[in-house]
Design a protein around this ligand. Structure first.
Ligand SMILES: [Zn+2]
Length: 235
């Protein structure tokens, strides 16, 4: 299968579905990771231009740890992710057409900040547009409307998974990928006292508790015609 995972900022995919992506890859599936925002405002001291390139490097390292085939960044500045922006919709549509995914993983429509919620809307709209032949982008239309699975919210708030993926054998890889995002982890630890690796491991452990595994990640299906699959698509 072709899997397209669309996170808002560099590090969001590692946090919410890094173990699942690693599992897909080990099973021989092709995984393309895509971030819409460039992460340029995720630091209180490093200025946006410098941070943007640091975060691009960190994201590339993390994608390599997971074994993704490709990492794409749509280079939208933080806090400017907007589902009414037709250029962003067009860019996302083009990516979906290029990957021709059997499944798309992205943010839940109600997450903790607007960029994430807008990413969810962008993916929903662009994945429909991707199937419309006369919606023109560089890549031509695909012949189906892909199923979407929403990944967990930050800290799992307001999110009760319908499906779980055991990541017992992938938690180490998930955390190793997360650790590539040094600009974020170091900053949060030194200045906010938040151990983000522990935060993410705790969320995975809690989802594991819910499904009888040591570690897991949870997902909710996007139930809209004609996206509902007749077989399990998660690994
Ligand atoms: Zn984010």
């Amino acid at each position: 299968m072709n899997i397209l995972a669309v996170g808002c900022h560099p590090d969001d995919l590692e946090i919410a579905c890094g173990g699942t992506l690693a599992k897909y890859i080990e099973q021989g599936h092709l995984v393309v990771m895509c971030n819409i925002a460039n992460g340029d405002k995720g630091h209180a001291v490093i200025l946006p231009d410098e941070l943007k390139s640091i975060r691009a490097r960190e994201a590339q390292e993390a994608a390599s740890v997971l074994g993704a085939s490709e990492l794409i960044n749509l280079d939208v500045p933080d806090l400017e992710v907007d589902s009414r922006n037709k250029e962003i919709i067009s860019k996302m549509t083009n990516v979906i057409r290029k990957v021709n995914p059997d499944i798309i993983i992205t943010h839940y429509p109600k997450d903790y900040m607007t960029d994430h919620c807008e990413t969810s809307k962008i993916v929903f709209e662009a994945s429909f547009s991707a199937s419309v032949p006369h919606f023109y982008t560089e890549n031509s239309s695909i012949n189906h409307i892909p199923p979407i699975y929403y990944m967990d919210t930050l800290a799992g708030i307001g999110f009760l998974p319908q499906e779980y993926v055991s990541i017992e054998n992938y938690i180490e890889k998930k955390l190793k990928a997360l650790e590539c995002h040094k600009s974020q982890l170091k900053w949060m630890l030194e200045h906010d006292g938040i151990n983000f690796a522990d935060f993410v491991a705790t969320c995975s452990k809690f989802r594991g508790l819910q499904c009888g595994k040591a570690f897991a990640e949870g997902f909710i299906r996007c139930d809209a015609w004609p996206r509902i699959p007749t077989k399990r698509l998660l690994p």
